[in-house]
Design a protein around this ligand. Sequence first.
Ligand SMILES: Cc1cc2nc3c(=O)[nH]c(=O)nc-3n(C[C@H](O)[C@H](O)[C@H](O)COP(=O)(O)OP(=O)(O)OC[C@H]3O[C@@H](n4cnc5c(N)ncnc54)[C@H](O)[C@@H]3O)c2cc1C
Length: 564
Amino acid sequence: MKRRKKKAVLSGISITETENSLVLFGEADDWTEKLSAGTAAAKLTKKPIVNRIVCRNGEDPGGICMPMNLTPEEFDGVYDAVIVGGGVVGAAVLRELSKWKLKTLLIEKECDLAFHASGRNDGMIHPGFAAKPGSKKAYYNVRGNAMYTQLTKDLKVPFVRQGSMILLAHPLYRLVVPYMLYRAKKNGVPGCRYVSKKELKKIEPNLACRAAGAFLMPTSGQLFPQKLVCALAENAVSNGAEVRLETAAADFRFEGNRIVEVVTNRGVIKTKAVINAAGGWADVVAAKAGDPFFTLHFRKGEDLILDKKAGAFIKKIYAMPRLSQLKSKSKGGGLVPTVEGNVLVGPTAHEVCSRDDYSTHADDIEELGKHIRLNGKLSAGQIITYFAGIRACSYHEDFIVEPSKRIGNLFHLAAVQSPGLASAPALAEEAAKWLIALLSEKEPVRPNENFNPVRNDRRYDFDLMNEEEKDAFLKENPLYGKIVCRCEQVSEGEIRDVLRGSPAPMTLDGIRHRARAMTGRCHGGFCTPRIVKIMTDELNLKVTEVYKKNRLSPLFFGETKGEE
Ligand SMILES: Cc1cc2nc3c(=O)[nH]c(=O)nc-3n(C[C@H](O)[C@H](O)[C@H](O)COP(=O)(O)OP(=O)(O)OC[C@H]3O[C@@H](n4cnc5c(N)ncnc54)[C@H](O)[C@@H]3O)c2cc1C
């Protein structure tokens, strides 16, 4: 029956097997049909799928949008590596490489880091249980998870390991626990155990659902992902690496089977190697770089953010999935108490034909109500906002982590869907290992003796200080006592220090990402004018040069009361 179904979705589609891929050609009515053909084809082979099917209704996710008309930049000398993409994966690679004496550059097409998936997720450091045993997702997730304790300490990024639970909806589900334990063991997830109904009530007294017990995964954690990405890049830059924003890899030039130049909208960059960490555009970048061996598809996830008041009513991350979800592509979402005290609800999972359509929908918001109802103290009235993100997936639903088979100096970190955030530090180690081996073929690569793993600014230390230290700090830095964002308690001192960092934010969202200002209940209603003032003052800008998200979202168009 299943075979017949597979045949049906593939009828009329021609399939060619190449050395590295299975390539699909033909026509489909729409994106959904094209997607079904890709998914069916993935069941026939272990090779990556290149889906060249054309949709008759014109649906197509498009290519790379590039910021144009910007001043050209100087790129001196030859880089040892250019990393394409400033999400968590690219930033983690940049930092990993800064442990070595190398000339490295990260280019990001947007005006800030963490602009796409890495700034639009749940910030969960997954334990590695959900990924299929034997998959790359499972391997890098478990490794990455273990690295977060030291990494966040070094980068001064607040992180909490509150643990997560799968609630068992029915007493019979207890029969599945041995399988869950077996799976956890296979993936190498430490500390998992069954929690009885009685113990569960003690852990989560506000549970409103009839859970018969739970499966506890104590290594799960949560952090603010944008802060992490910026911190990774800042630490890399202070250790000698470079970052250029609004710089898009548009093309590549080759000598033999090696890339020698990356052509960007700001100029040409000479390089010895390229690392493709381009997230939702990684298949486009791979194709431009001479290695079109996979196609991505896109799964949108929508999330709700609940007010900080909600955080008091929940201790652990939890969800009550249906049994069938154990095998599904998405983890199904749930309730995620954040390190700052809010609660995230979500994400949903729906296939879309877009790399960056972040619209939110009433249906999804409604769908997420099922998670809110798990906890008797949470309600829709606590929602302060929604957001959406897009997971970039391969047809085999696993990460692509490998050197190119065609291009001698190209490495792919692609199709990094969830748990990509949790896996990023381990993915970075893999790419660094490859690069060091590649460069060492010509000459030895030496460690950077001056590498300092600790982010060497003081602004996030403030929360960690005792009262005495705070008093002393405030005497030296009185602007840290002047609170600008009341919801998140962000001071003028911190915002000014954020603006003096490198890579520095160019927009209000950039400040939001680094300091969390404007993320609270009022969404910047009170503090935005004050932050604009600090920005214009610190960066010597006119108010008309202050943008919300990027150069297409100016906040002001001119003076209303006349200029002298
Ligand atoms: C709703 C949602 C919730 C999630 N929750 C979690 C979670 O809780 N835990 C977890 O582990 N994972 C989670 N994920 C997955 C996680 O967000 C991703 O795996 C991760 O962010 C991928 O990072 P990345 O660096 O590969 O991609 P991205 O963050 O998309 O970064 C790629 C960057 O490359 C840039 N780029 C693309 N093309 C070019 C070019 N030609 N030139 C220059 N730059 C270019 C893009 O602008 C982009 O900024 C979630 C994802 C979603 C959508």
